[in-house]
Write a protein that binds this ligand. Structure first.
Ligand code: NAD
Ligand code: TDX
Length: 342
């Protein structure tokens, strides 16, 4: 099996590459990554060079993408498309890279798969569905109407629409998945959970947007990737699969848990963290109904205890300071330009 993994030097893509190398001794992977600020070559360190090839290139560049996709000629070969600009806060400051990578990039990947009749799995997000009220009994399903809020989620929604159109109009053999918030090793320190862990490790107070009432549906990255593998193996081209692990938690609850696990809960009336300026247009709640994916593919998440998953993730950031320390100060300086303690 040969796979082209776009965005394979980012958080979820790198974890995917490690998982495939471990679980599929027959697999050869080509990582296509433009090595933006979000990529880290160290995330792919130690992998066997004869099984993992790393190509630095833009998936929106039709020449490079077509050249790599053309090599996928076997029945199990596929493109797994993780590459994207992925951070909502950045999309509010500078939307263009999101349009380029998420929409133009997906277009180029689709055209290459169409030209060479190659199977594609497109990795997307629950954010395309917009947000839910806190007391809404409904969760997102594959039938929920798209209603994206931010430039990030709008460009992911646009990419999903391109994939669906290429399936219907050109018969491209593509599956889609929309997953909830991931956490785990190798996640960039700009994101909520690693930001708070590394703040505590560097003596900076953790930062909670607004009141912290917003709810995210957390899933361990390994569970996301096991679902992607199940879709590659057993998914039906043309179908959309929702991936989630029933991990709904408010940001305030996650923050308190991180502080407790790291012995940084503050004292007296001080909770140990600061409430800061809220994100403009901040989505209130995401929640995934993954029952169809579970029933049809026989997939089950394995890491459903958030306390356990967070403890292991904290341990990873403690043990891998070399991986995140070089970019930490720069990320905090960027946040400090707009963030005010409430
Ligand atoms: P990330 O930002 O950590 O990694 C993205 C990677 O894509 C980086 O290595 C970056 O260099 C690369 N990239 C960006 N533009 C590129 C381009 N034009 N050409 C080639 N490479 C490019 O993101 P992530 O959190 O690993 O997310 C991966 C995918 O999963 C994205 O499509 C994202 O929308 C989706 N997703 C993420 C989450 C989450 O919680 N992180 C949840 C659901 C879905
Ligand atoms: O310092 C922070 N404080 C805080 O309260 C940061 C960085 C975030 N937050 C809040 C905002 C969100 O409600 O925490 C929540 C999670 O924030 P992010 O980690 O930025 O994730 P989110 O915006 O929910 O999007 C993530 O999940 C869906 C990924 O970044 C997306 O790529 C994915 O599609």
């Amino acid at each position: 099996m040969r796979l082209v993994v776009t965005g394979g030097a980012g958080f979820i893509g790198a974890n995917f590459v490690h998982t495939v190398v471990r679980q599929h001794p027959d697999a050869h992977l080509t990582v296509l990554d433009s090595m933006t600020y979000a990529a880290n070559r160290a995330s792919l360190a130690g992998l066997p060079a004869d099984r993992v090839e790393v190509v630095e290139g833009d998936c929106a560049d039709p020449v490079v993408t077509d050249r790599l996709v053309a090599r996928l000629t076997g029945p199990q070969d596929a493109v797994v498309h993780f590459a994207a600009e992925s951070h909502n806060d950045n999309s509010l400051a500078t939307p263009w890279p999101f349009v380029h990578s998420n929409i133009v990039g997906t277009y180029a990947v689709l055209e290459a798969c169409r030209s060479h009749d190659v199977r594609l799995h497109h990795v997307s997000t629950d954010e395309v569905y917009g947000d839910l009220q806190l007391d809404d009994p409904a969760k997102f399903t594959p039938e929920t109407a798209y209603n994206p809020s931010s430039p990030y989620s709008a460009t992911k929604a646009g990419a999903d629409m391109l994939v669906r159109a290429w399936v219907r109009s050109f018969g491209v053999r593509a599956t889609l998945s929309n997953c909830s918030n991931n956490y785990g090793p190798y996640q960039h320190v700009e994101k909520f959970i690693p930001r708070q862990i590394t703040n505590i490790l560097t003596g900076v107070r953790p930062r909670l947007y607004g009141s912290g009432a917003n709810v995210r549906d957390w899933i361990h990255v390994d569970d996301h990737n096991s679902a992607v593998l199940a879709i590659l193996e057993r998914g039906e081209p043309g179908r959309t699969y929702l991936i989630g692990a029933d991990g709904e938690c408010s940001n305030l609850e996650v923050m308190r848990l991180i502080c407790e696990l790291m012995g940084a809960s503050g004292a007296g009336s001080d909770p140990g963290f600061d409430h800061v300026t809220d994100r403009p247009g901040h989505d209130l709640r995401y929640a995934i109904d993954a029952s169809a994916t579970r029933d049809e593919l026989g997939w089950q998440p394995q890491h459903t205890d958030l306390r356990e998953g967070l403890s292991a993730t904290i341990g990873w950031y403690r043990d891998n300071r070399d991986w995140w320390e070089p970019v930490k100060a720069q990320v905090e300086a960027k946040y400090a330009r707009t963030e005010k303690v409430l």
